[in-house]
Design a protein around this ligand. Structure first.
Ligand code: FUL
Length: 619
């Protein structure tokens, strides 16, 4: 009998240690693991040292700069001359000073975007700064930015686009992988420490029609070898794309997920079996984990631009996000267990534009001021909470508060599944917030309260939760100041269309959309003749983007019979990830009474068309 008890105790001990032992970044379940055992193990999965350091940065910045800055494009096709790259006052120190003032801790530069133009004098291609007039071909943007980062103490990251529309060998997989690794090797060997390497997921067929198979294993090995402390993002393995480019983190955001990172090609089938991808709403629920075989610590990064586009466009100078909007993004990224990667694209001078610079400073000042004093007494004292437990703390007297901050000690894993918060004032408790995940940081806006005490309840947790901080702050209220975007220089009220339902595309109302279940051209008669310099296309504002046009032709006509195809690059680049209004400038003017937008390819290859608004530019 005694022997049996000892044996049972030993088995119990073994299973407890298996489920209660901390794992770093990745774990595999035993074939027979039960759903409860899986959850216990999920609670003990922790970030790598590099992932933890990255998460603690909270605010990181993107710099999209390159040939597109000079062609006014979002995606270049790799054929624009290197001679176009000629910033007149490039000053990386100005970028870094601006970002530092805004509270940003790292900057990631587009060393090469999809057009293939390299911002450093690489030996791998002629398509680089060395063949531009800038600094007589002797310049190196990567080098200048690296120096500025060292001078001002910012961390440094690089974006190297796997998709390359210039490289002739793109699509000839072994040859391009060799070129790509050579580029990576230059960047990771010659510029000191690199803290993040960012590989975009966007990619298409090579010019030769062949699809590029990336050798992710070799690419990641190259990084691990040359920069062992860098995190790799998106098509890497340490940092996950949040799933949109609009600055929207998830309400429930688990850093522990069965979603296998982008570079684990052999795991793509497993992601499909589980029915998950970066854009999925649920990436970490109990139900999902119960069906999984492996888990990853794979935290989310929210990448979003301060302007509608990723690159600088003069016509967007009035559309820089307002302070209120940026602060909202901060709450929905850093405040939703993510890192914010905010893009601030330098202009053709090679400077962060005055409007953006001012906004960044306002943003930095606002965040610093808001979070300068935690009004909770002893809010930083660790609290180990079992599900169902509550903690009550005093609030410094006479303080009005409207922001709650909660943090878990993620070095022990992410565990909280449901929490609620009450505040005590004038003899009664007010229920002010409830939420799901906390993770590294959770911020919640509430109305203004004069609170005497705070009570936090951990209502559901994956084992004992480790609360690191409970905070209350006061955030000044902000007015939304963004102006409406003007989509047409000509008033469309007198325009006519062939079919009445098409009017939704020219009614000046972004909330209405014309859609068709085929690739249908939209023809508009403007009634009188105009000198047209461009047009705008606004995709639907609905969540379902079906029908959104990716490739197109645009024509003008003076009689509605004979059509002239206008000079455009024929694609709304990146519209599938960033469904904003697109402004297409011809670079010349056409005289016309009629215009026609002919869709050639929908974003997902569907035979559908949808247009929320189309407008005409004359300036
Ligand atoms: C996207 C790219 O296609 C955009 O141009 C931009 O670089 C953004 C960060 O990622 O997928």
């Amino acid at each position: 009998m005694m022997k049996r008890i000892t044996l049972l105790l030993a088995l119990f001990y073994v299973s407890c240690t298996a489920t209660h032992q901390l794992h770093t970044q990745h774990l595999k379940f035993d074939e027979n693991a039960t759903a409860d055992e899986k959850i216990a193990m999920a609670a003990h999965l922790t970030p790598s040292a590099e992932q933890l350091r990255w998460q603690e940065l909270e605010l990181t910045a993107f710099i999209h700069f390159g040939i597109n800055t000079f062609t006014n494009n979002e995606w270049g096709d790799g054929r624009d001359s290197a001679e176009l790259f000629n910033p007149t006052e490039l000053d990386c120190e100005q970028w870094v000073r601006t970002l530092k003032e805004g509270g940003f801790k790292m900057v990631i530069l587009t060393a090469k975007h999809h057009d293939g133009f390299c911002l450093w004098p690489t030996a791998t291609t002629e398509y680089s700064v060395k063949n531009s007039p800038w600094r007589e071909g002797k310049g190196d943007v990567v080098g200048e930015l690296r120096k500025a980062c060292s001078k001002y103490g910012l961390k440094f990251g690089i974006y190297l686009s796997p998709w390359d529309r210039n490289a002739e060998c793109y699509g000839d997989s072994p040859a391009y992988n060799k070129l790509f690794i050579a580029q990576l090797t230059e960047l990771l060997s010659n510029y000191g420490e690199v803290h993040e390497v960012w590989f975009d997921g966007a990619c298409a067929e090579g010019a030769n029609g062949k699809r590029q198979e990336y050798d992710w294993k070799a690419i990641i090995e190259c990084i691990r070898h040359l920069q062992p402390h860098a995190v790799t993002a998106i098509m890497g393995c340490d940092v996950r794309w949040v799933g949109n480019e609009g600055g929207l983190g998830r309400e429930t955001e688990w850093s522990v997920t069965p979603l296998a990172p982008g570079s684990y090609v052999d795991k793509a089938a497993e992601n499909r079996r589980l029915g998950i991808e970066e854009m999925s709403k649920d990436l970490g629920s109990r139900e999902l984990i119960a069906r999984a075989n492996e888990l990853y610590w794979y935290p989310s990064e929210v990448d979003v631009s301060i302007r509608p586009g990723w690159f600088y466009h003069k016509e967007q100078d009035d559309e820089v996000r307002s302070l209120a909007n940026l602060v909202d993004i901060y709450y929905r990224s850093v405040g939703c267990n993510s890192v914010l990667l905010l893009n601030i694209p330098p202009d053709r001078r090679g400077l962060i534009h005055e409007v953006d610079a001012e906004r960044i400073k306002e943003f930095g000042d606002y965040i610093t001021k808001t979070f300068a004093h935690n009004y909770v007494v002893n809010g930083n004292k660790p609290w180990h909470a079992e599900a169902g437990e509550q903690k009550e703390l005093k609030v410094k007297s006479n303080k009005i508060v409207n922001t709650i901050l909660l943090q878990e000690d993620i070095t022990q894993g992410q565990r909280v599944e449901e929490f609620s918060v009450e505040l005590y004032n004038n003899g009664r408790w007010y229920h002010v917030a409830r939420g799901t995940t906390i993770g590294y940081k959770r911020l919640l806006h509430i109305s203004d309260y004069k609170a005497e005490r705070i009570r936090v309840s951990i209502n559901k947790s994956r084992g004992r939760a480790n609360i690191k901080c409970i905070g209350l702050y006061y955030a000044e209220s902000l007015e939304e100041q963004n102006r409406d975007v003007i989509l047409s220089d000509i008033d469309p009220t007198c325009w006519s269309v062939e079919i009445e339902t098409m009017r939704a595309a020219i009614d000046g109302n972004r909330a209405t959309t014309w859609s068709s279940d085929s690739l249908t051209a939209l023809i508009v008669d403007m009634g009188t003749t105009h000198n047209i310099t461009g047009f705008t296309y606004a995709p639907t504002t609905e969540e379902d983007l079906s029908g959104t046009i990716y490739r197109y032709n645009f024509y003008v006509s003076s009689d509605g019979i004979n059509w002239l195809k206008c000079d455009t690059n024929g694609e709304f680049s990146n519209i599938m990830h960033n469904p904003i209004p697109y402004f297409v400038h011809f670079g010349k003017s056409y005289t016309a009474r009629y215009f026609k937008l002919e869709p050639l390819e929908e974003i997902d290859g569907k035979t559908m068309t949808s247009i929320s608004e189309i407008g005409i530019l004359t300036r």
